[in-house]
Design a binder for this molecule. Structure first.
Ligand code: BG6
Length: 508
């Protein structure tokens, strides 16, 4: 892989959680793999008063604490941190941006003669506009010889109106091709593998439609609670935090038509078409198509876990959902009539994200099967953890008669020796440095996703009688969510942490 051109990366929100958990370890990992530019400077910008030396120490700690590699080469940390500086800012102060500009210019003289700059806004979204406007007023957004790219973390707005407003402001300052809206799920290797599974294998694509697929299920469960992010989360909730972006993007890649090429526009156009075909859930149907829940106090593996309302930063009367499950349809030629079920939640029994394709049953039930076992083929695309693919199919049990057993055929990424799965942020940061926007959302994509989410929020807001169900921390959410699945005896798949052996050993 090529090394990007020399540059300066400026991270706003440099002392925040995202920077320390994800961005710094990802940049270090890239530098270990020689995928950072030969010369670069890392400029941390934040409200906390820190010296550059203190910031370097923080970088070291975050690499040590949050790197995903188990056996890792930490010996380059001093060299890596030596390229870092810190700048203390008042985000609203115009004069601070003037000083920032001089610092960036001097860093550029040493590191990137072309003036390539990346601005990463890892701050609360409420200050995206003020930072972008001030950067623009200080003239930093204009590409001179090199490039100027802006990365925005999610959430991008909190509804259609605010995302439109943010897009309009940004378009008045910078060009759309300078904007990289991050959805880190798109950086996950296994999310991208959805495209390869579908479009590189001749066997799946002919079946991938309403004629052969009964339903599609997407689960993204987390075992953690809201941790230190109660303040943010309480004004967001699972629908905005996970569904509007990550789950809809996975839906887009699962449901899209083959792109005409692997170019950024070709892929994003197809995902957009899926979003445009989402059947909006009417306000009066929200209660029956969308189930929301909130975790309550419980004991998980002997440990007492507090309820959501008692988490730091959360209102004790909060009605924010920490779980959401819904049924919806994609109204197009390929998917008409096929229900899509998606669910996500915090404090569930395990951390797992997967797509389950349930194929239609064979038309004639010739064979005997154990009572209670369901016939049918499922293709499970495991996004995390134990990344891989599992195909469930029926086979004859050895012996007399024709007893049928549902068995697994599975592939695990860990079986590929010597293959390192890069972290999502590694992949995305590398792509921004290389100027590849395939895995980033365009303005219209984000807005179309909000168009689907807004009516659900409005229904909840306008109809306080729509229930929010409590579910004990450590469970799979309100049991009622099973009622969403149409068909007698059908429920969600209850996945384990491990992909294939759920009947033998289920690590929950
Ligand atoms: C983030 C959400 O976008 O994704 C978090 O804001 C969530 O609430 C996280 O925990 C999940 O990401 P991952 O990569 O751990 O599945």
């Amino acid at each position: 892989m090529e090394r990007p051109d020399n540059l300066v990366i400026v991270i706003f929100g440099a002392t925040g959680d995202l920077t320390s958990r994800k961005l710094l370890p990802a940049l270090y990992s890239l530098s270990n793999q020689k995928l950072m530019p030969e010369k670069f400077a890392l400029l941390g910008v934040g409200r906390s008063e820190l010296t550059s030396a203190e910031f370097r120490k923080r970088i070291e700690e975050s690499i040590m604490d949050h790197s995903e590699e188990i056996e890792y080469d930490f010996s380059h940390i001093p060299e890596f941190t030596s390229q870092a500086e810190y700048f203390n800012i008042d985000y609203a102060s115009v004069s601070d941006y003037k000083r920032l500009r001089s610092l960036i210019e001097s860093l550029c003289k040493k590191n990137c003669l072309k003036g390539n700059l990346i601005f990463y806004l890892a701050t609360p979204p409420s200050i995206y506009e003020v930072i972008s406007t001030n950067l623009s007023q200080s003239g930093l957004e204009i590409p001179t010889n090199g490039f100027r790219r802006f990365i925005f973390e999610k959430p991008f707005g909190y509804d259609l109106e605010s995302s439109r407003k943010l897009n309009n402001t940004l378009h008045g300052l910078i060009k759309e091709d300078q904007i990289f809206r991050i959805d880190h799920y798109l950086g996950k290797e296994t999310v991208q593998n959805l495209l390869v599974t579908r479009f590189a294998n001749g066997i799946f694509e002919p079946l991938w439609n309403r004629n052969y697929i009964h339903r599609i299920e997407i689960t993204s469960a987390e075992s953690i609670g809201v941790e230190e992010r109660g303040g943010y989360y309480d004004s967001s909730g699972a629908l905005r935090d996970m569904v509007q972006n990550h789950l809809l993007q996975i839906t887009g890649l699962t449901a899209m038509e083959p792109p005409s090429s692997l170019g950024a526009e070709a892929i994003r156009n197809e995902v957009l078409k899926v979003f445009q075909s989402l059947e909006l859930i009417k306000e009066e149907d929200v209660e029956k198509s969308v189930i929301r829940g909130q975790y309550t106090a419980s004991t998980i593996r002997g440990e007492n876990v507090q309820g959501y309302r008692y988490e730091k930063g959360v209102d004790v009367n909060s009605k924010t959902e920490t779980f959401v499950a819904m049924k919806f349809f994609i109204n197009n030629w390929r998917w008409s009539g096929v229900p899509f079920y998606i669910r996500t939640g915090k404090r569930m029994p395990t951390r797992v994200t997967e797509v389950v394709i349930h194929f239609k049953q064979s038309p004639q039930n010739l064979f005997q099967r154990e009572p209670g076992t369901l016939a049918g083929n499922q293709l499970i695309i495991r996004i995390q953890p134990d990344e891989g693919i599992l195909l469930k199919f029926d086979m004859k049990e050895p012996g007399a008669g024709f007893n049928v057993k549902n068995v697994n055929m599975d592939f695990h990424y860990t079986d590929l020796a010597d293959v390192k799965i890069p972290s999502a942020y590694e992949r995305l940061l590398y792509d921004v440095m290389m100027g590849d926007s395939t895995l980033f959302s365009r303005d219209v994509e984000v807005e179309t996703a909000w168009k689907f989410i807004d009516p659900i929020h409005k229904a909840w807001k306008n109809n306080p009688q729509i229930k929010i169900y409590g579910y004990p921390a450590g469970t799979w959410g309100p049991e009622l969510s099973n009622n969403l699945i149409e068909g007698e005896g059908l429920t969600w798949r209850y996945p384990c942490k491990n992909l294939a052996d759920e009947e033998l050993y289920c690590e929950l």
